[in-house]
Design a protein around this ligand. Structure first.
Ligand SMILES: [Zn+2]
Length: 166
């Protein structure tokens, strides 16, 4: 297991725009492997490369805890449903907090897979939420920017360890 340091809110890099991946080099493959380890160690359900300090459009999403995370390279949300859902989110870069965010219920995503093959698929519910959250990271946006006012809470006070963070 190879863990990388998760950048925390206040670190300027989290506000920067990530760049397209043109070629999946060995270095980037190692990054993806380290991202998976880092996410697992921290018990997260999603992670963007920028969160470990690399401004490349790479995200990983794990909507189901016991399954291998989905790797999305250069992800793009091409359409969103009018129907939205409000649900609780956390972030490994905003340690110790959770808050409600309104997201589209369904999205259509375009991306490349780990072999740089193009794909396009529909995602809904929690999976769609994770993708939206991680794509925001690639644009320098944190969920705390769009949290429903008054819902951001310090979870350490409640000592709840069952919640997942992205
Ligand atoms: Zn996050």
């Amino acid at each position: 297991m190879s863990e990388r340091t998760v950048r925390q809110t206040g670190d300027e890099i989290l506000r920067k725009q990530s760049k397209d991946v043109l070629e999946l080099t060995d270095r980037l493959k190692e990054l993806i492997s380290d991202m998976k380890d880092t996410m697992k160690i921290h018990g997260g359900c999603g992670l963007a490369a920028v969160q470990v300090g690399v401004l490349k459009k790479i995200i990983i999403c794990a909507p189901e805890e016991d399954k291998e995370p989905v790797v999305l390279i250069n992800p793009e949300i091409v359409s969103v449903s009018d129907e939205t859902e409000e649900d609780s989110e956390g972030c490994l870069s905003v340690d110790g907090y959770r808050g409600k965010v309104i997201r589209p219920k369904n999205i259509v995503v375009k991306a490349k897979d780990e072999n740089m093959n193009d794909m396009e698929f529909d995602a809904e519910g929690f999976f769609a939420r994770i993708i939206c959250h991680e794509v925001d990271h690639l644009n320098g946006v944190l969920y705390t920017d769009k949290v429903v006012p008054g819902t951001l809470e310090d979870i350490n006070k409640e000592n709840d360890e069952t919640e997942e963070e992205t």
